[in-house]
Ligand binder design. Structure first.
Ligand code: PGA
Length: 247
């Protein structure tokens, strides 16, 4: 595991964008596992900026998103497809047919899980998986106590996740109760993982995830076992980590 300390959110976004763009430069047809949430927004904005300056080319990039709400259409402003279009895809030269998310409108879970599993398999896996971390240690929609062996699946969201995500909806009642997500095992199969984290409110969970026991109670703790984990976090999120780590 390598941990890079950034000064603040802006610096975290820039450092993480540098790592993701290095991946694209080294492998123009890279398969990127992308994530939604507030944390990667600045990183995506930085990638767009570099694209507009002519420093990045997404024409061969393939993207595979981590998760999508069950039952939401791609046109819904709360869907993760909408988020990705709005925060990245509409602003760079990625081919729409190369951008993939679980299909929230497919209500046949077995069918959608099989389709998405086969899709990722057909790309020979994910080169770099971008991840945020939830306050309860979730990654994607893998909530505490999800078995580490879980592959792509459809989950019932916990109250705390519904509560955290209601800020994007008119009310908590409108937050879908289920979502498709890559499972812990599918995430661990990515060749590289880039975890981004910002803010004092994440300091405890980030420390538990990276230095606490590896336990399904903290889904992100399994990332300690990945052989190519890169963490980019700001000073506030790293405030519980010993200073010597960064000498
Ligand atoms: P956030 O979400 O980036 O909006 O804090 C992270 C997550 O829940 O994975």
């Amino acid at each position: 595991m390598r941990i890079y300390k950034a000064k603040d959110y802006k610096d975290m976004s820039r450092k993480a964008a540098n790592i993701l763009s290095a991946q694209i430069i080294m492998k123009p047809n890279a398969v990127l596992g992308l994530a939604t949430g507030s944390t990667p927004e600045g990183l995506y904005a930085q990638l767009i900026d570099w694209y507009q300056k002519g420093d990045l080319d997404f024409s061969k990039v393939i993207s595979v998103n981590l998760d999508e709400y069950y039952g939401l259409s791609p046109e819904s402003e709360q869907s993760y497809r909408y988020f990705m279009n709005h925060h990245l895809f509409d602003h760079v030269n990625i081919q729409t047919e190369n951008t993939h998310l679980p299909n929230g409108l497919e209500l046949d879970v077995k069918k959608e899980v099989a389709r998405y599993t086969e899709l990722i398999r057909s790309f020979d896996g994910i080169d770099m998986q971008l991840l945020g971390i939830g306050h309860n240690g979730h990654v994607g929609f893998n909530e505490p106590d999800t078995a580490f062996e879980t592959q792509i699946h459809c989950v019932d969201l916990t109250e705390s996740t519904i509560e955290a995500n209601k800020r994007f909806f008119a009310s908590a009642d409108e937050v879908p109760k289920k979502a498709y997500t890559l499972g812990i095992k599918s995430i661990m199969q990515a060749k590289k993982i880039l975890l981004v984290c910002s803010g004092a409110d994440k300091a405890d969970i980030l420390y538990r995830a990276l230095f606490g026991p590896v336990t399904p109670e903290v889904p992100a703790s399994i990332l300690q076992m990945h052989n190519d984990l890169i963490v980019v976090a700001d000073e506030a999120a790293l405030s519980k980590f010993p200073e010597e780590l960064f000498d």
